[in-house]
Each structure stands twice: as structure tokens, then as C-alpha cells.
Design a protein around this ligand. Structure first.
Ligand SMILES: NC(=O)c1ccc[n+]([C@@H]2O[C@H](COP(=O)([O-])OP(=O)(O)OC[C@H]3O[C@@H](n4cnc5c(N)ncnc54)[C@H](O)[C@@H]3O)[C@@H](O)[C@H]2O)c1
Length: 370
């Protein structure tokens, strides 16, 4: 939970980065998101040297060779073999959700630091195993959340730190796709991903809003999930056509509410497919002001007038700021022992909320979060 000024922390880290020292990182899972990690390491994180790639498929491994120049002997089909032969300093885990826990635990047991893509794991139990392994080994474990590092969230956190919102009472999460079921990977498989839009895209807005709220303890969840479209041979025209509807077992729509120990509430709406307009946003409501993330706007009272404050400039667009910040923060944490902004505990708390909504949906009533 970063309460101090984000930009101040960022500047001090950038200044602290020493020259010449490299973190030897192995990528586990060389598919879609690994490409963003690779280009970020190469362009923005010179302190990291990519020393190995692991994937069960040949095509992603070939791309690590042809696109990113890794030698054949640095490519592996099994992370256990790679850990033994390469002995990297750290692993960056970019596999589907059901393959997050095991490689992180194995890597920590081998003395490696670990970054794991979002969501942290399939469920909170797995997150606890990962945290325990990292703590036993004394290594850094970070979760690849990046919406907290957007220019918009950074401005909102500065506003919060300056007391602009007063006490935060309520957050509203939207991660709504009218028709946007992923047609690659295993995103439609509950057994391999743990869930659908809630765990896949809702998690982004949930973690950013949770960070803005100051990370209160979640104590109860209530919600429901529905599957009615992704598992049918729909003929409706849409951009992401061609998902595997026969193996689709995740929810199309998840709606829920989290209650926190300070009385605050987070309301969550997420969908891969629902008859609603696309919307990706979080809104925060406090005693003195509120805000919306996209477009970034602060709502407050000024001179006895209700005003909306719109930033005139937040930062360069398309500058890869969030990925750069998330990977740099972890790499610097591993190299120099600096504090992680997105730790395993952040991942665990977010996962408890996701688990809570799914458990409540199954139970048909509000459930406690412990
Ligand atoms: N931060 C973000 O914005 C963002 C965006 C997309 C995906 N993700 C996350 O990244 C993860 C991967 O998503 P993706 O879109 O890259 O999926 P993907 O299917 O494109 O890539 C996953 C890769 O992992 C490989 N893999 C599967 N099992 C493996 C194993 N046992 N050992 C080694 N490799 C294995 C697959 O062959 C594939 O190449 C997911 O957890 C997803 O939630 C994050």
C-alpha cells in the first residue's frame, strides 16, 4: 500500500538505479503477454538480462529465438530443467493462471525471485503457498498488476494523499465488454483460468481501485455469475469472433460487492459478453470528493460550487509507462532490496475478493472473507 507520493517514490528509485548490475531473468510462458514483457525489458529495463525462455509449445520458443535473439540452448520445455541448468536470479511467470503457483514455488525453492502475471493464481490458497515459498527463501515476489501505474491512477493517488477525497466510502468497478470473449489461449476454461471476466479483466480495475482505497481488509463478499452466451454457437457479428464455445465454462457476467473492515464497499460489474456498452473504469467516492479513472476526473466542491477537475496533462500517451513501472519496480526490488509496490500480499487480498464473489455465487448468499 503506497501512501506516499507516487511520483516522489518513482524519482528516488530512478536515481537509485546503479549502473552495470544485471538481474538474470528467465521467462516462463512465452505467449502473448510475454511479448510485452520482452519489449519492456529490452527498451526500458536495462538492469534485466533475459537468460532463458520456457514454454511447452515449440512456436513460442522459436519466436524467443527469432524475434528476441535468445540462443537455442537458452530455450526449454520444462521450467524445472531450466532452473537446474540456467540457475537464473529470477523468473517472470507469464503462463495461464493454472500454471502460476507451481513455477513460482519451484523458483522460490531454487532461490529465485519471482514476478507472476495477474491474477496471482487460481485462488487464495495458491497465493498463500507462493508467499510462504518466497518468505522461506527470502526472495522478492511481485504480482504483475499494472493499472496502479497508469498516469491516471498515479494522479488519483496523489489527490488521495493530499486529502482530496476525505474518507473513501465506496468504489465502483466496471470491466464490461459487450462482446469480447478472448479467442486465444485458455480464457474460456474455468479449470485452467479459475474464472472468466471477473478474474481476467475485472481484476485490473479491482486492484487499482483497491490501491486507491488504501487497501482496507476485505471481510465479506456477495455476488452472482451467469453463463448464457459464451457456451453457445453464437452467430452475432463481433470483433473477437471464433472463441471455443464448446469448452467455454467460465462466466459471461459477474456482479458483486465487497465489504471492508472500515465499512467501505466496492461494487463490481464485469463481463466478457453482456448486453451493455463497453466500459473499463473505476470510480471512487469519498466524504470530500470523488473521481473517475477513465476519463480521469476529480469531482468535488469548490467555492460553493460542484466542480469536475479534468487534468490538462497526465503524461505522454502510449509510453508503456505501466509495464515499465511494474517491471522496473520488481527488478530494482530484486537487485537492490527496495520495497515492492505490488507484493504477494496485494495479490492475495485481491484474490480473496475474487474467491469471495465466486463462493458467494455458488452459495447464493453473502460469504465471509477471512
Ligand atoms: N497484465 C496484463 O495486461 C495481461 C494481459 C494478458 C494476459 N495476462 C496474463 O498473462 C498470463 C498469460 O496470458 P497470455 O495472454 O500471454 O496467454 P497465452 O496463451 O498467449 O500465453 C501463455 C503461454 O504459456 C505457455 N504455457 C502453458 N503451460 C505452460 C507450462 N506448463 N510451462 C511453460 N509454458 C506454458 C503456453 O504455451 C503459452 O505460450 C495469464 O495469467 C493472463 O491473465 C496479463
Amino acid at each position: 500500500m503506497a501512501q506516499e507520493s507516487v511520483s516522489t517514490k518513482m524519482e528516488s528509485r530512478e536515481k537509485a538505479a546503479p549502473k552495470g548490475k544485471k538481474l538474470r531473468v528467465a521467462i516462463i510462458g512465452c505467449g502473448g503477454i510475454a511479448q510485452s514483457h520482452m519489449s519492456t525489458y529490452r527498451n526500458d529495463v536495462p538492469e534485466a538480462e533475459i537468460v532463458a525462455g520456457v514454454d511447452i509449445l515449440q512456436e513460442p520458443l522459436d519466436r524467443m529465438e527469432t524475434k528476441w535473439g535468445l540462443p537455442k540452448e537458452a530455450l526449454f520445455k520444462d521450467w524445472k530443467v531450466m532452473l537446474r541448468e540456467v540457475k537464473p536470479d529470477a523468473v517472470d511467470v507469464c503462463t495461464p493462471n493454472h500454471v502460476h503457483c507451481a513455477p513460482v514455488v519451484d523458483a522460490c525453492n531454487a532461490g529465485c525471485h519471482a514476478m507472476v502475471e495477474k491474477p496471482m493464481a487460481m485462488n487464495a490458497k495458491e497465493c498463500e503457498k507462493m508467499i510462504a515459498a518466497a518468505e522461506r527463501a527470502g526472495v522478492k515476489l511481485s504480482v504483475g498488476f499494472q493499472q496502479r501505474y497508469t498516469h491516471s491512477t498515479e494522479a488519483i493517488i496523489e489527490a488521495r494523499n493530499n486529502g482530496q477525497f476525505g474518507d473513501i466510502l465506496f468504489a465502483k468497478i466496471h470491466a464490461i465488454r459487450r462482446r469480447g470473449i478472448p479467442n486465444w489461449g485458455v480464457f474460456g476454461r474455468k479449470d485452467l483460468q479459475g474464472g472468466g471476466p471477473l478474474i481476467d479483466i475485472g481484476v485490473h480495475m479491482i486492484e487499482a481501485a483497491y490501491e486507491v482505497m488504501g487497501c482496507p481488509k476485505p471481510v465479506a463478499a456477495s455476488g452472482n455469475t451467469w453463463t448464457y452466451l459464451g457456451n453457445t454457437d453464437s452467430k452475432t457479428r463481433c470483433g473477437n469472433f471464433g472463441w471455443d464455445w464448446k469448452t467455454y465454462t467460465v462466466e459471461d457476467l459477474a456482479v458483486g460487492q465487497i465489504r471492508f473492515d472500515n465499512g467501505a464497499i466496492m461494487q463490481i460489474e464485469t463481463s466478457f459478453a453482456s448486453h451493455m456498452q463497453n466500459c473499463t473504469n473505476y470510480e471512487i467516492v469519498g466524504t470530500k470528493g470523488g473521481c473517475s479513472w477513465s476519463p480521469c476526473e476529480i469531482h468535488t466542491d469548490l467555492n460553493n460550487t460542484m466542480v469536475n477537475i479534468t487534468p490538462a496533462y497526465l503524461g505522454p500517451q502510449n509510453d508503456n509507462h505501466p509495464f515499465k513501472r511494474k517491471l522496473r519496480n520488481w527488478v530494482e526490488g530484486c537487485l537492490y532490496g527496495t520495497e515492492l509496490e505490488s507484493s504477494g500480499y496485494d495479490g492475495l487480498n485481491v484474490q480473496k475478493m475474487l474467491d469471495g464473489i465466486y463462493r458467494s455465487a455458488a452459495a447464493g448468499k453473502e460469504v465471509a472473507i477471512k
